[in-house]
Design a protein around this ligand. Structure first.
Ligand SMILES: O=C(O)CCC(=O)c1ccccc1C(=O)O
Ligand SMILES: [Mg+2]
Length: 384
């Protein structure tokens, strides 16, 4: 395919209420939309929404890098395939491989720019899938699921408000609820978790996310007490850098421990996926954030490797816009297992979400339609 046009548009999202985590709070999100047109008139869309505290480059770097890549890409031709996309994005020493892609970066470029990579990769995947007339997930796996289980993210602070939120989510059909913990007293968190469990009933899955906010002893104490409320899993109980602590916490935990912030550096991902301290994988699950891992293709590699080691993997957004969440939904549908819900039901947190789009969750599910590529109309984002 030949890229005839490549544009970069700023994307600025506002949350209706700041989302508080143990590591800070999110009130707005800043990034870019990538749009590519091919010689047949298809338009592929991607999104770059950096999250530097999770190891991505800064917004300014995303901007500079994507501007450079897109201006280089315009007018170039690349193979209509995953290999063509990889050859474009992953600088390879092999001349044969480079021939299949477009030339946008030197093989000596050392800079890690996962959000920029995500943005361009997604637009290219959308284009290739449209050209082949298949949903994007079909490029990732032959047996992609049509439905993706998603969790509701509860955002209230006070137990009574959380109980109301939980009840509403269950009434909407969500079977998995997620709650941010840590950064406050354990008594407070216990009251919050108890309120959610009582409001949701015994059958709903309940997951917690500490965002690295507990020390190892605090995490152990918290899990001892909160485990009483029957937890599905806990994301990142301890600080991201200490893999051994995560491993030790998992050993005595009453539920799955999921590594999330720990996946911020390639070195930690490698260690996590090769660490052998005896007795199975280091942790029960890994959280796959495509924006942090540099796109859907590198995410797929991590998820497959995790599955091979007996770890669960589930996808979450990084509080991204609808284009990135659409890509993440296609990734989630292509993972080896769809048992654990994906964190993709965050659209309702935004003040400026497009009203009507195909990735709206219904009854705790995002259903992928049989449309070429992402199936997102390029006007959607502006048409509100
Ligand atoms: O999982 C979800 O439902 C939403 C994703 C989420 O919680 C999140 C959003 C932005 C930054 C970090 C995180 C996280 O999972 O830790
Ligand atoms: Mg998390």
């Amino acid at each position: 395919m030949r890229i005839t046009e490549a544009t970069l548009t700023p994307l600025y999202l506002t949350l209706t209420h700041p989302l508080k985590t143990a590591r800070g709070s999110y009130a707005t999100r800043d990034g870019f939309l990538v749009r590519l047109r091919d010689e047949e008139g298809h338009v592929g869309q991607g999104e770059a929404m950096p999250l530097p505290e999770f190891g991505t480059e800064s917004l300014a770097t995303t901007h500079t890098v994507l501007r450079g890549w897109l201006s280089a890409l315009k007018g170039q031709t690349l193979e209509d395939s995953i290999e063509g996309i990889e050859a474009t994005l992953v600088p390879s020493a092999s001349e044969e491989m480079r021939q299949r892609g477009a030339r946008i970066r030197g093989i000596d470029s050392e800079q890690r720019v996962p959000a920029a990579q995500h943005g361009l990769e997604l637009a290219l995947l959308d284009l290739v899938a449209q050209r082949k007339g298949v949903p994007l997930c079909w490029l990732l796996a032959e047996e992609a699921r049509q439905e993706v289980l998603v969790n509701a993210l509860l955002s209230a602070e006070e137990p009574e408000d959380l109980a109301r939120e939980a009840q509403a989510a269950v009434a909407e059909g969500y079977q998995t609820l997620k709650l941010k913990v840590a950064g406050r007293s354990l008594d407070m968190d216990e009251a919050r978790v108890r309120a959610v469990r009582e409001a949701a009933g015994p059958r709903v899955r309940l997951r917690l996310d500490a965002n690295g906010g507990w020390t190892e002893p605090e995490a152990n104490r918290a899990l001892d007490r909160l485990g009483w409320y029957d937890l599905e899993l806990v994301e990142q109980p301890t600080p991201p850098e200490d893999l051994q602590a995560l491993w030790r916490v998992q050993r005595r935990a009453p539920c799955i421990i999921a590594a999330d912030e720990t996946l911020a550096t390639p070195a930690a991902v490698r260690t996590l996926l090769t660490m052998d301290l005896g007795g199975g994988p280091a942790v029960g699950a890994v959280v796959i954030k495509p924006m942090v891992l540099g796109g859907l293709l590198p995410s797929m590699v991590v998820a497959l490797r995790a599955a091979h080691l007996g770890m669960h993997a589930f996808v979450t957004s990084s509080i991204d816009g609808v284009v990135a969440r659409a890509g993440a939904a296609h990734l989630a549908s292509a993972l080896p297992s769809g048992d654990l819900a994906s964190g993709l039901a965050v659209g309702r947190l935004f003040a400026d979400e497009p009203r009507d789009h195909p990735y709206q969750p219904h009854q705790g599910l995002v259903r992928l339609r049989d449309m070429p590529g992402l199936g997102l109309n390029p006007d959607l984002i502006w048409d509100r």
